[in-house]
Design a protein around this ligand. Structure first.
Ligand SMILES: Nc1nc2c(c(=O)[nH]1)N[C@H]1C(S)=C(S)[C@@H](COP(=O)(O)OP(=O)(O)OC[C@H]3O[C@@H](n4cnc5c(=O)[nH]c(N)nc54)[C@H](O)[C@@H]3O)O[C@H]1N2
Ligand SMILES: Nc1nc2c(c(=O)[nH]1)N[C@H]1C(S)=C(S)[C@@H](COP(=O)(O)OP(=O)(O)OC[C@H]3O[C@@H](n4cnc5c(=O)[nH]c(N)nc54)[C@H](O)[C@@H]3O)O[C@H]1N2
Ligand code: SF4
Ligand SMILES: [Mo]
Length: 757
């Protein structure tokens, strides 16, 4: 595929949002064209972007040993020369003035942070955590980590905490994001295995996006859709008229959290019309009969009534699926973050299975991951499952890991960790007293974040390991460990299509900040458990340990001989077992991985990872969401991504002046014109949004993009999660961020504004 010059697509900024046209234009394409002549680089290093799970290849331009600019890599199979604004601006957050440059210890008297040496920081770390564990037991200390550090680092942290330090409770922000997909894939396919390759986006004739807004959240994937030569039917299932919905041929603006009903309704219609594939179902699945019986109740009339869609809309969508030669089903947080999220994800999988849309080009039941290394975390974080999808409860799995890591079996816990929300409950109950937060900012991002005020009071020792000392979470730490960021360390990420990509150090971390990997090595030494980690001497050494752990598992990448192979091939998708490399020889293997095997999908043989090789149908009766609108809180608050220039809690993207021009600085709430009229609200006016938890101030943005009775706030603003009310999917324990009952009131200052009803 030839390279493409960068274009500034329209949807990068809000359509008719509060952003002025001037600021749009002045932002300009913030890459190539702006390199001053004196900075013309002399060499480039390849790396993978450290924001989202698309995992675009970037070439970092180096001059005199310093990175001066970057350009998207035209030869990288994922992005083929494209990048979104965050990618273009990836170097800027490294140079932010609020980088943490040395360990900071809170003075118990003045309550202020004071700089200390690493030796002091490590001594405090070990003595405080050890004291807690000795006095209150090993379960009194927990870890919350991230999908945004390298796989080698995640694996190190998980092994260090559980096998080295003897801890048990550890979870990460992938719980907020991917837990639902993990459970759904495990139950349906027998392994957490997103089956697709991005090329599938270009090969479908029908694409169905459910609760996903790739124009904003995975912009370069959307560019791949735009290259689809089949003039595909594009169905978007989303209560909002998102940027993606605007590009769709069908937009199903269903009532929030009624996806399960719609998906069962589609299955019912397809079976009634004989549009399913009995041959495929018989040969490769189990549980279809019971499923078919179950969905008989979901007539088009019922589905229309309960979802708010018109019967004709539902039938048109079902017909498109029935007629499609290659139908790809893609889902993201609109599915994963709900009170019945796992069953909803499984309902998507059911549709793909019953229509035989899996294992062929352009098909699949495809969960798009979020963070750059969510997939690495799912496989190797060692928190809820043992490495490479092994099970803490299974003795053979524990023995395998003990043997492969050369550690005694008794150091491996025989039960999994508490889930994220249960860890917080345990802090509240006084059972967990020490917490180590790595690469996540939960005081901003957690559902019903105000809860943290009480939790922080109860924590006797909070360690935060972050690039910045200024995050909402870092500000409360007793000890801050300064971390190097993306671009300041080596390692690998695994992107959404299972591609292991190489991340390179191109810049020195400021001051005494260290790569997370190095911090974990130092902790192991200080703790006195370094003997178990003698082989964990460098990121690449750990990569070889991970290869070993993956061998014989569905995610086997033992045939990836090292970083050189990743560099040569533009990343490698798992699986790639050692036999594939050995039978061809390394050079030939690299050639084929860089050529015909650049894009590979799973299940082309119709065999799944379940014991009988068959994929399974799962279903359950739909239930209403817990925090429902009532007289006091008559509207539904939806939350999600705001612009392609904002990343989560904005600790990184907020540091780029270019990106800052691309989004509104103040928290805003999207309101339908009918509601706005009733409230006497106009765009730009202040409005109070309150839920059963909190009341916050926001700027109104009146738009027909949200339906009457619904409002939307991006998660990037601290206000949003003050409003959200904790609720969880019972199977995945992922928070249901996308359904909160709220009330709007014009902020008049006098407090007697009108309320929406
Ligand atoms: N620019 C940018 N990109 C990102 C991120 C970022 O912070 N900024 N974060 C990354 C991460 S970690 C993730 S997980 C992904 C998330 O990527 P997405 O899931 O695509 O993003 P969201 O905006 O959270 O949610 C998608 C859509 O779900 C819709 N939705 C809400 N409720 C429902 C419902 O009940 N049913 C349906 N069908 N839809 C519903 C919302 O209106 C929203 O448009 O993005 C990744 N990419
Ligand atoms: N209301 C609402 N809330 C949501 C969501 C939603 O849709 N709606 N989405 C949820 C989802 S899907 C997600 S993934 C979460 C994300 O929530 P968080 O993980 O809390 O958000 P981030 O801002 O990505 O936090 C990452 C932190 O790691 C730091 N960091 C970056 N690189 C490194 C590194 O290399 N090493 C170390 N040590 N630190 C580093 C950053 O400075 C930042 O403080 O938010 C969730 N919250
Ligand atoms: S699409 Fe994702 S991986 Fe690609 S440049 Fe943007 S943030 Fe980075
Ligand atoms: Mo996420």
């Amino acid at each position: 595929m030839s390279s493409r010059s960068f274009q500034w697509p329209d949807w990068l900024v809000r359509r008719d949002g509060p952003l002025s046209r001037e600021s749009r234009l002045s932002a300009g394409p913030c890459g190539l064209g702006m390199v001053p002549a004196r900075l013309v680089p002399t060499a480039t290093t390849g790396s993978v972007c450290g924001f989202c799970s698309v995992g675009c290849g970037l070439r970092i331009h180096i001059r005199d040993g310093e990175p001066v600019n970057l350009t998207p890599d035209p030869s990288y199979p994922v992005n083929q020369g494209m990048a979104c604004p965050k990618g273009w601006e990836a170097l800027t957050p490294l140079r932010a003035p609020d980088r943490a440059t040395c360990p900071l210890l809170r003075n118990p008297e003045t309550h202020r942070f004071e700089p200390v040496d690493w030796s002091v920081a490590l001594a405090v770390f070990t003595s405080r955590f050890k004291a807690l564990m000795e006095k209150h037991g090993p379960e009194s200390v927990a870890v919350l980590s991230t999908g945004q550090i390298c796989t080698e680092e995640m694996a190190f942290l998980g092994a260090l905490f559980k096998f080295g330090m003897g801890g048990l409770h550890a979870d990460s922000n992938t719980r907020q994001c991917m837990a639902t997909s993990v459970v759904a894939y495990k139950q349906a396919f027998g392994f957490d295995a997103p089956p697709y390759t991005f090329a599938d986006l270009e090969e479908s004739d029908v694409l169905v996006f459910i609760g996903a807004n790739p124009c904003i959240a995975h912009p370069i994937l959307w560019q791949r859709v735009m290259r689809n030569p089949n003039r595909p039917e594009i169905v978007v299932v989303d209560p909002r008229t998102t940027e993606t919905a605007l590009c769709a041929t069908q937009h199903l603006a269903l009532r929030p959290k009624t996806d399960l009903i719609l998906l069962y309704g589609l299955a019912c219609w397809l079976i009634e019309q004989g549009a399913h594939r009995p041959d495929f179902i018989r040969a490769h699945t189990s549980g279809f009969e019971a499923f078919a019986e179950f969905v008989r109740d979901f007539s088009v009339a019922r589905v229309a009534r309960e979802t708010g869609l018109r019967p004709a809309q539902i039938e048109r969508c079902a017909r498109a699926i029935a007629r499609g030669r290659a139908v790809g089903f893609w889902w993201t947080m609109g599915v994963n973050q709900g009170h019945q999220a796992t069953r909803t994800a499984e309902a998507v999988i059911n549709l793909a299975l019953m229509t035989g849309n899996i294992g062929r080009p352009g098909t699949g039941a495809n969960s798009i991951t979020g963070q750059c290394n969510a997939m690495g975390s799912r496989l190797f974080a060692n928190f809820t499952s043992l490495p490479a999808g092994r099970d803490y409860l299974n003795r053979e799995d524990r023995e395998d890991v003990a043997r492969l890591l050369n550690i005694p079996l008794h150091r491996i816990p025989d039960r999994p960790s508490l889930a994220y929300d249960q860890i917080l409950d345990a802090i509240d109950a006084g059972a967990i007293k020490g917490l180590w937060v790595v690469g996540t900012n939960p005081v901003h991002s957690w559902i019903g974040r105000d809860r943290w005020a009480a939790l922080l009071e109860k924590l006797e020792f909070l360690v935060v390991q972050d690039m910045y000392a200024t995050t909402e979470t870092a500000r409360h730490a007793h000890l801050l460990l300064p971390a190097a960021g993306w671009g300041e360390k080596d390692g690998t990420f695994i992107n959404s299509e299972r591609r292991i990509g190489l991340v390179r150090k191109v810049s020195r971390a400021p001051g005494r900040a260290l790569p997370d990997f190095r911090i974990f090595q130092l902790v192991a030494e200080a703790w006195g458990c370094a003997e178990w980690f003698r082989d964990w001497s460098s990121p690449e050494a750990v990569f070889h340990i991970l290869r070993r752990l993956s061998a014989g598992r569905p995610c086997d990448f033992s045939g990836v001989t090292g970083y050189r192979m990743l560099e040569r091939c533009g990343g490698v998708q798992w699986p790639w077992p050692e036999s594939e490399t050995r039978s061809r020889g390394e050079e030939a293997a690299m050639e084929i991985l860089a050529g015909p095997c650049r894009e590979r999908r799973l299940f082309s043989d119709g065999r799944f990872f379940t014991p009988d090789g068959r994929a399974r149908f799962w279903f359950e009766a739909p239930d209403l969401p817990p925090d429902r609108p009532d007289d006091r809180y008559p509207m539904v608050l939806l939350t999600g991504r705001g612009t392609s220039a904002q990343w989560h809690t904005n600790t990184r993207t907020g540091k780029s002046e270019v990106l800052r021009q691309l989004y509104p600085q103040k928290a805003y709430v999207e309101v339908n014109p009918l509601d706005a009229a009733r409230l006497g609200l106009r765009s730009g006016e202040r409005v109070e949004v309150s839920s059963r938890h909190a009341a916050v101030d926001a700027v109104a943005f009146v738009t027909p993009g949200v339906q009457p009775g619904q409002v939307f706030m991006p998660m990037h603003y601290g206000e949003t999660n003050r409003l959200t009310v904790p609720a969880f999917d019972p199977l995945s324990r992922q928070p249901a961020y996308k359904h909160t009952a709220v009330r709007l009131r014009r902020a008049t200052g006098g407090g007697n504004g009108k309320e929406a009803s």
